[in-house]
Design a protein around this ligand. Sequence first.
Ligand code: AKG
Length: 216
Amino acid sequence: MLPGAVAPDPLERLSDAYTATVDAASGTDIRVGTTSTRVNDFVNRGPEFDEVYVFPPLLQACALVIGGPFKLSSFHARTLRAGSPTQGLHVDVDRRSADWPLLGFILMVDVFRPDNGATRFVPGSHRREDVRAGEVPDGLVRDVEDLPACGSAGSLLVFNGSTWHGHGTNASSQPRRSLQGAFIPRTGRAGTDFAARMAPTTRARLSPLAHYLLAL
Ligand SMILES: O=C(O)CCC(=O)C(=O)O
């Protein structure tokens, strides 16, 4: 957990831009699931989001977990709606795939609390090899304890994508907003083809580091 990854002023701008962008999204980039609404590709949705995926401590975590050259695979908004139930524990990547190891991150656009669906993690579970991909079977879930990762708005949650996790119940009356993404080995297949989607205005304003991380 990296508190204060986004300072209060830029966070206010990011938060306003998040709401306007999610409200305006349409077509195949928006996916309304049973618990949350997801909007794809926050690389191309405004300068307010540019600093999130180049944040140095996040890249240091990538170097530690991935252990070699890496690139951004996905970067999207996820709003967990009020009243949504707990998500099943899962891992984000198949250990046998070219996208492993994966480093996940979640920027808390709103505070994450136990009662508004803070993401839950089973500490140390990234070392277990009995769940290689997808959902954790019920028989294994019964024997473990998952803990909520709580933090104030602007905190960045960074995790090994093999860690068993899932969002909690949002028992509050407000949506819980977040920006979520993942880094994978450079030889893997990115979830979003950023090069193909790249708008000229985005390309022009992004730093050389961002160009590298997006494999442009
Ligand atoms: O939104 C969350 O708290 C967790 C999301 C998640 O686990 C996922 O999308 O794989």
